[in-house]
Design a protein around this ligand. Sequence first.
Ligand SMILES: Cc1ncc(COP(=O)(O)O)c(C=O)c1O
Length: 397
Amino acid sequence: MFETLKPLPPDAILGIMTLFRADRHPGKIDLSVGVYQDENGHTPVLQCVKRAERTIIDAQDSKTYVAIAGNAGFNRGVEALVYGAEHSALKDGRVATVQTPGGSGGLSVAAHLIQRAKPDARVHISDPSWPNHLPLLELSGLQLEVYPYYDYVKHRVDFDAMTAKLERVPAGDLVLIHGCCHNPCGADLSKEQWNALADLCERRGLVPFIDIAYQGLAEGLEEDAYGVRLMAERLPEVVVVTSCSKNLGLYRERVGTASFVLANAEASKLALANASNVARGIYSMPPDHGAAIVAQILLDAQLRALWIEELKEMRTRLNGLRRLLVDELRERKTPVDFSFVANERGLFSFLGIGKDQVIRLRDEFHIYMIESSRINIAGINHANVGYVADSIAAVLK
Ligand SMILES: Cc1ncc(COP(=O)(O)O)c(C=O)c1O
């Protein structure tokens, strides 16, 4: 029967990874990867994670199942982190959270629960968005639509075009918004824009669906949660998906949540039971190890302080590299003004150069990036930034 399966179109990112591996040049640079890297191109295990892991392994005396909704300590810890411990939605018992296998699992659980509650709901996603949003949400049967978000010429959020589109969206539809560190464009909403968007959602009856996969990597843990906290304050219903892949470096452990802000405590009990039932139908139980690590870090004051330091180091490195790249390019008097890269946040930005130039960077200069010119800022380091800037300047001549 499997003969009936159709071949899939080649995956652009995997294709670039294959080309990079095949390149024998000793100075080759990979700006296409989707994970954080340190100055040595390594994606490290955080110290706080190592320490928490040792405590857990020593104390653990059973591998029996935990629960469909996962580790309760982890869920409460993530809620406090994302909404703020004193948030009225938490105090009013309006929040239902389940631990999921990564942010991807969270998106999947959220999509299935939305589909169960409102089969004709449409989710509006930004142009551009994380490419995996499409398959993750579509598999549940939800219909997807696109709203304009990034102005590829002016290199900023096109808020007028975005809100003009959302003004025409039917009440009850969902708007998928990146909480911070927009993937792939790095352009985030300002506080004023979040405020205006909350007004719009309230007035038009739209449901915010916030994917916050990079909390703490833009401006800080509290600052990056501005939009989530505002929406949870102002709107009766909000869907929030979190991930510990990036801000705790727990990629392969698969740690995330699907969290729902409901109109009242009764509705939140119903949502929790149904979200757990959805999870049972997809994967039954989430993996425990990563969530146990996070629960331990959030509970232990010393480990938490260490994590906040390590997170700050990652954030400072990313934002510093952004400024450094812009300075290096400015020194080379490129015909393009790249200062927008320093204003964007997170792992990614579009350089805004053409496909031909991306290919020249790869073939002549051994610098690899996605064809759209999306680069991973963390692939740059102090040793290679000069060469990267020289090469970009060369292809722009
Ligand atoms: C915008 C966004 N959402 C969600 C995720 C989910 O990540 P994970 O499933 O590894 O936690 C990612 C990862 O790249 C992402 O960029």
